[in-house]
Design a protein around this ligand. Sequence first.
Ligand SMILES: *Cc1c(COP(=O)(O)O)cnc(C)c1O
Length: 392
Amino acid sequence: MITPVLPTYARAPLSFVEGEGPWLKTEDGTRYLDMGAGIAVASLGHAHPRLVEALETQARRLWHTSNLYEIPNQTRLAEMLIESSFADTVFFTNSGTEATEAAVKMARKYHSVKETGRFEIITFNGSFHGRTLGMISAAGAEKLTKGFGPLLPGFVHVDYGDDAALHAAINERTAAIMVEPVQGEGGIVPIPDEALRALRTLCDEQGILLIYDEIQCGMGRTGKLFAHEWSGATPDIMAVAKGIGGGFPLGACLATEEAASGMVAGTHGTTYGGNPLACAVGCAVMEVMGEDGFLENVSRVAGHMRQGLDSLVARYPDVFELVRGSGLMIGVKCVVPNMDVVNAGYDHKLLTVPGGDNVIRILPPLNITTDDVDEALRRLEGAAADISGRAA
Ligand SMILES: *Cc1c(COP(=O)(O)O)cnc(C)c1O
């Protein structure tokens, strides 16, 4: 029988009524330690006082006017993003997939205006760019596209790391290459810094735009504001979302002036994107992340987490295979089915997120303390011990 809410999600039988920092509470008061942060979204934890204050203040003044008019919070957030990135301009959206859509539209428009004849976008197998028809066509995986055809043409998929295939895919139609600097849904697969730099060089040589999808790996997650900063290879266009709103729906497409040159008045738009509430929260997120020591602390806590996880993997080789990732974007590849570990985690009141390639994803709030990390490690060890059938 159909459920009131369309049954497209395989939901855990859990629901939460309250949150504080990395903790979530159910109706009966049971506390869960949240190492998923709503899939890398609650980047500053739940109910962060600065974000609550920003939202409440704006909510009392004005909710919505539309993009028919100037939105001061939007301009301010754009300026903050530009100040701390490669970008010269920003388009705001409500979600990640709208940000990658905007990125692809921008790349095609650029080449159209320049009359280069280029329109194809190269993407990588195992990537995830969202759920619109355009973005499932972009990622191409059958589990996203099956039954939804015909798909949007103009995407070419290559295996990540297969340079011969990549070079073979490039031709006079190639408009852009789109890549996640750290693949998220695909199972937390970081692209090596040299590989990103090589993509940048290739794009420059061939007149191709480079698009990063930093929707999951951006906004401080890896210990830099944007993941690609570790490599020094900047994109022409970049999609961000998830962590930028700290839980309030917000996304953005950042670009250089050159890459954005085709996007003149009337070419693109959204009713809600960048509305006053979302941008008030976005500004507060940027302010907190811009404070001295915030990103250094992400790296420090991530080092502590990583050490603990490496040790856990070594002690439970029948449960875990390896740890990989960058900063507080961590994947633990499992030997047993990853959902067994996620479910055993629930028994220990620990929330983790399943991902591709049989990983569990650990994506905690970025301001988590080492004490909470230690608690998470104890709970994950409890889950591993249950699965391996021995005492922790
Ligand atoms: C989550 C995600 C998206 C899609 O974002 P939505 O807000 O769900 O539309 C796109 N790309 C990446 C890398 C993501 O992690």
